[in-house]
Design a binder for this molecule. Structure first.
Ligand code: ADP
Ligand code: ADP
Length: 224
């Protein structure tokens, strides 16, 4: 699915957090939103997810106004920085829980869980609880939960920032590979410029609550 942001603004009282954001994210694109802490990245992601309203402007999913689409009809999945796993459920149960709203039959549900586990190489750990996993493994469960939904849009908010440097580098490559295999539209938020430049097909730089630049890594490299 493709996304259009049309003159999007967000204010908290008199404070402007997003100022006239215009952008188009193409179908199947790996699109990175980068900017310093406090620049409004999470706010923008949450507006697109339908978790908070914009003050003005519109988000479109494939030409349809998001405000006309309840969150459950947006076919999107989200991956958070803190993984947001349920501690009392096993790995497999956490992934299955993410499918609950889709009302799949049990055979399809089991297949989705197994395929997602295989994709992030966690099949062997399916019965563990989150606290019995390393940070990287927990992050893979969060990814698997998003993948299993087969959402055509996946939103990721700093999903690798709690990992150590080596694992972060590994997971970057893994994510780029997963995106290649699955072909979903991926909107990825980070404050890390290296991450943005190495992962994004296109990058949008937010600064001071507005769009400073949009382009491919090469565009940004040539015109910093
Ligand atoms: P980023 O994700 O780029 O770090 P955020 O979108 O989290 O930025 O926040 C952007 C700005 O909006 C920050 O200054 C933050 O304090 C402010 N902000 C976020 N949520 C709220 C809120 N609910 N009420 C007031 N200010 C908020
Ligand atoms: P992140 O940077 O990961 O988005 P934050 O720590 O900025 O997370 O925000 C965590 C929560 O606190 C969010 O729900 C956000 O809307 C809220 N928040 C952030 N800044 C403010 C603020 N200045 N006033 C009120 N709520 C805020």
């Amino acid at each position: 699915m493709y996304i259009k942001l049309d003159h999007l603004t967000k204010q908290y009282g008199a404070t402007s957090v997003l100022d006239e954001i215009n952008a188009q994210i193409e179908e199947g694109e790996f699109f990175v939103l980068v900017g310093p802490s406090g620049s409004g990245k999470s706010t923008l992601l949450r507006i697109i997810a339908g978790l908070i309203p914009a003050t003005s402007g519109d988000v479109y999913f494939d030409n349809q106004k998001a405000t006309d689409l309840p969150p459950k009809d947006r076919h999107l999945a989200m991956v958070f920085q803190n993984y947001a796993l349920l501690p009392f459920m096993s790995v497999a149960e956490n992934i299955r829980f993410g499918l609950h709203n889709l009302q799949l039959d049990t055979t399809e549900e089991a297949k989705r869980v197994n395929d997602a586990l295989a994709m992030v190489q966690l099949t062997e750990l399916r019965d563990r609880k989150p606290k019995e996993l390393s940070g990287g493994q927990q992050q893979r469960v969060a990814l698997a939960r998003a993948i299993a939904t087969k959402a055509s849009l996946v939103l990721m908010d700093e999903p690798l920032s709690n990992l150590d440097a080596q694992l972060r580098t590994e997971m970057r490559q893994e994510l780029v590979q997963l995106h290649k295999e699955l072909g979903m539209t991926l909107l990825y938020v980070t404050h890390d410029q290296v991450e943005a430049m190495t992962m994004g097909e296109r990058i949008m730089v937010l600064n001071d609550h507005h769009v400073q630049q949009v382009g491919t890594p090469l565009d940004l490299y040539n015109h910093p």
